[in-house]
Design a protein around this ligand. Sequence first.
Ligand code: NAI
Length: 212
Amino acid sequence: MSKDGSISASVIKRLPRYYRFLGELENKKVERISSRELSELMKLTASQIRQDLNCFGGFGQQGYGYHVSELRKEIGKILGVDKRFRTILIGAGNLGKAIASHINFESRGCVLEAIFDANPKLTGETVGDLPIRPTDEIERFCLERKPVVAVLCIPKAATQEIADKLVELGIKAFWNFSHYDLSIDHDNIVVENVHLGDSLLTLTYGANNLTE
Ligand code: NAI
């Protein structure tokens, strides 16, 4: 925890992983777990886990460990999964369609409400139960439904322009998959740039540094 009482970015980055592991434990009907057991499962040190979870008032009890579903619920609240942020997706190509159909938005606090694409040939096609809409409907949709999250699966060159327009239309959070590190010159806007290629490069580094 930092001096002003806010949770450090590195702890926040680990929360989704805690949330996922605790969800798996919950599915297996595990009621409680010690920091040592959780550390073995998550390949973190027990003291790291205690430190992380202490940031939120320490859910563990001496000699009892952590109550799995309560801890998961609390972490979920911190993450905001109990919210229902209206979400739109721009770019219904290979990636956009895969994300729209395979990501469970609702379990992560977002509700995917509309998909847009600039290619008129895609208009009317559906992904799951959502029709692909033409991009000239974005403005009206945003004014009416007031989405706050946008998933960008469009080519690099189109990204900044679309993002600026979406900010004007009230979008506050971008899950950006285009190969462009989006930066927005506005306060109170969050951007999560995702590069699967960077993750692969981290793996390449690991492979490149394996001992013979
Ligand atoms: P794709 O070509 O299949 O789909 C792109 C879609 O965006 C097309 O349907 C196109 O009509 C639409 N589009 C283009 N400009 C638009 C605009 N201004 N407004 C609305 N729609 C627009 O490409 P794919 O494979 O789906 O990839 C999409 C983007 O994501 C590419 O830039 C690709 O490089 C990137 N990508 C990023 C990854 C990552 O890890 N961040 C992984 C894979 C792809």
